[in-house]
Design a protein around this ligand. Structure first.
Ligand code: ADP
Length: 667
């Protein structure tokens, strides 16, 4: 076993690898960018080396810097985690050159599987079933169009070098092809520096089923069960489980053996995942990921093994700890990826400071892999994942219920997260009935992503009650400090501790609408009404340890409320509602300037401008494309009107909230 390893990654995976290393008595070296100087993975490591500025290209992706850090600290091996350099053959070679072990497959295997197109040629030869498609080298538009027509619509255009669902376009008819090819190329080039494309028949509603494989350098290769990762948004996984539910033992075996054949075809060593689409009992290879997957914990839980320990053992030359026939399988495990993102806004990544974070109590059947803590910042530089929450159960229903409960006990404030969305998916009857496929989220959109994202009035009322209590506390505090206990602080907002009166608070709900909270007090009883709605009745409300506690209709109410500047987050059973207190004067000023503005949803780069100054456009017409976090966002006209001025050209960087286009809506 190694004495010291360097982890060339950040976040939850860096922390997770270090936990196993520590347990095995292996010393750890972290690397970090300037943005991560205070990150959890740096704190956890025995030693840490600074790589450079925040952008990954100058830090986590800088091969020379990572190698230099390993050499300088005397690390014998490098674990690349996932993402960053984990599937970079040049990095694996660079490690070998300086005599450092790369904890992963041989560079040649990475290379062979690195291109979806090339790997398909290999798999064809190894007789692994493929989705019908085109994965050849000829890339002229005319040829791609010819191939798409041969395959038959709908087709899916993918980046050969792709990952993370980037650069994919579904095309349902010939007319859409040229634009889709152009867009996919551009996105592929920006994300991977390689614009080669492949085309596949687009399967409607397949399941994503994948097989964990493991091989050692002594010729042993096994498959460690399967996983289902069908619950996806934008072709990216959000919920994963093991084993894949409802497969016959016969299918599991055939898939497992095909996956091992795929690994053997490229001389694989270490942990890898062979991904298949599964439809009507048949499965088709889509790609192999030559690294540890984000979702590996579900496999660990059902197999009772530590895959990182196996990686370290195999990389240090040991044989696989278990053979195919010795593997065990217990119960069911399920994982959710808790992201800083806004499901109501097309899952747009969110950034900002985590103002508040509490996890459910650790239990035997629950695992939380996180790389952040309260006060940390989720930035645009890296993946917006906050944590993975994983639960185990004797069966699928138990695992789903435990996981759901765990999310309901999780509290996060400061930025938008997908927690409530995940809770809804885990509780959805179709999900519980195993009616899962990659179209699940789209199909159940109405249940999972309510239109307009209406803010529950209850949350607004609780926020208002909380703010009135905080105002009261502040005023009382000020009065105490001023030494005048009789100062008329209670009169400033109409609130009396015990008496009649009223108060009013202006709030902005999550949809940006202004809402008016009216409070009336009568003894210990508060009635809080939003606009003209029915009041929420609270008895003797007070703040205890950051929670609003009160008597309510059905007994005691206790809700965590976090205030961060003007932002107020109400968290009830894992669902956070964010509202803002309105400063009336500042709002009036802002309103005067914001009419007809088209602003950038996040920091990014303008990649395309489709209109010129003076253009007359119609509502919904795309005007500009901004790329942020390697995804393209189209800025469209909100109304019919005239483009007064295009403020940025393609290639220019834009900050969040800046005006992209001066626009005048037609009245
Ligand atoms: P990436 O490497 O970008 O993650 P994959 O090839 O692994 O891309 O595919 C990601 C997801 O996209 C799959 O899990 C599936 O949901 C969807 N997908 C990929 N290929 C097809 C296809 N031919 N038909 C339907 N869906 C597909």
């Amino acid at each position: 076993m190694f004495r010291k390893i360097l982890i060339a990654n950040r976040g939850e995976i860096a922390c997770r690898v270090m936990r196993t290393a520590k347990r095995l008595g292996v010393s750890t070296v972290a690397v970090y960018s300037e943005a991560d100087a205070d990150a959890l993975h740096v704190e956890m490591a025995d030693e840490a080396v600074r790589l450079g500025p925040a952008p990954a290209a100058q830090s986590y992706l800088a091969i020379d810097k990572v190698i230099a850090a390993a050499v300088a600290t005397g690390a014998e091996a490098i674990h690349p985690g996932y993402g960053f350099l984990s599937e970079n053959a040049r990095f694996a070679e660079a490690c070998a050159k300086v005599g450092i072990v790369f904890i992963g497959p041989p560079a040649a295997a990475i290379q062979a599987m690195g291109s979806k197109s090339e790997s398909k040629l290999l798999m064809e030869r190894a007789r692994v079933p493929l989705v019908p498609g085109y994965h050849g080298r000829e890339q002229a538009d005319s040829h791609l169009i010819h191939e798409a027509l041969r395959i038959g619509f709908p087709v899916l255009i993918k980046a050969s070098a792709g990952g993370g669902g980037k650069g994919m376009r579904i095309v349902r008819g010939e007319g859409e092809l040229p634009a889709a090819i152009e867009g996919a190329r551009r996105e592929a080039k920006a994300a991977f520096g390689d614009d080669r494309l492949l085309i596949e028949r687009y399967l409607e509603r397949p399941r994503h089923v994948e097989v964990q494989v493991f091989a050692d350098a002594h010729g042993n290769a096994i498959y460690i069960h399967d996983r289902d990762c069908s619950i996806q948004r934008r072709h990216q996984k959000v919920i994963e489980e093991a084993p894949a539910p409802g497969l016959s033992d016969e299918t599991r075996k055939r898939m497992g053996e095909a996956a091992v054949a795929a690994a053997k075809a490229v001389g694989y060593v270490g942990a890898g995942t062979v991904e298949f689409l599964y439809a009507n009992g048949a499965f088709y290879f889509i790609e192999m990921n030559t690294r540890l997957q984000v979702e590996h914990p579900v496999t660990e839980m059902i197999a009772g093994i530590d895959l990182v320990e196996w990686q370290l053992r195999v990389a240090s030359g040991e044989e696989l700890p278990e053979r195919q026939g010795e593997l065990q399988r217990y119960g069911h495990a399920m994982e959710v990826r808790l992201y800083a993102e806004d499901p109501a806004r097309g899952f747009l990544p969110a950034t900002g400071r985590i103002a508040h974070l509490t996890w459910p109590n650790a239990a035997n059947n629950l695992r939380i892999d996180s790389g952040v803590r309260a006060d940390d910042v989720i930035s645009t530089h890296y993946d917006p994942m906050i944590a993975k929450v994983i639960a185990w159960g004797e069966d699928r229903a138990t695992a789903a219920q435990r996981l759901r409960r765990a999310l309901m006990e999780t509290e996060i404030a400061g930025l938008a997260t997908n927690a409530a969305f995940l809770i809804d998916v885990l509780g959805h009857q179709a999900f519980l009935n195993q009616e899962i496929d990659t179209g699940f989220i789209e199909r159940h959109r109405a249940d999972l992503l309510p239109e307009g994202g209406a803010t529950p009035e209850r949350a607004l009322a609780l926020a208002a009650a909380f703010l009135v209590l905080v105002d009261g506390q502040r005023a009382a505090e000020a009065a105490r400090r001023s030494g005048d206990p009789h100062s008329p602080w209670g009169l400033t907002n109409g609130w009396r501790l015990n008496g009649e009166g009223g108060s009013s608070i202006l709030l902005r709900d999550s949809a940006g609408r202004q809402r008016h909270a009216r409070l009336t007090f009568s003894g210990a009883r508060w009635d809080v009404a939003i606009d003209d709605g029915p009041p929420l009745r609270l008895t003797a409300p007070r703040i205890e340890n950051g929670a609003l506690v009160a008597g309510a209709d059905h007994g005691r109410l206790k809700v965590t409320i976090v205030q961060d500047g003007s932002q107020v987050t109400v968290i009830e059973r894992g669902r956070a509602t964010r509202v803002a207190r309105i400063d009336v004067l500042a709002e009036a000023e802002a309103a005067a300037t914001s009419l007809g503005q088209l602003t950038s949803p996040m920091p990014g780069t303008v990649v395309r401008v489709m209109v010129e100054d003076g253009a007359r456009v119609t509502r919904g017409q795309p005007l500009m494309v901004v790329e942020a976090m390697k995804m393209e966002h189209t800025i469209a006209a909100q109304a019919d009107g005239i483009v007064k001025q295009v403020r940025f050209r393609a290639g220019e960087a834009v900050a969040e909230g800046v005006e992209l286009i001066a626009f005048e809506a037609e009245s």
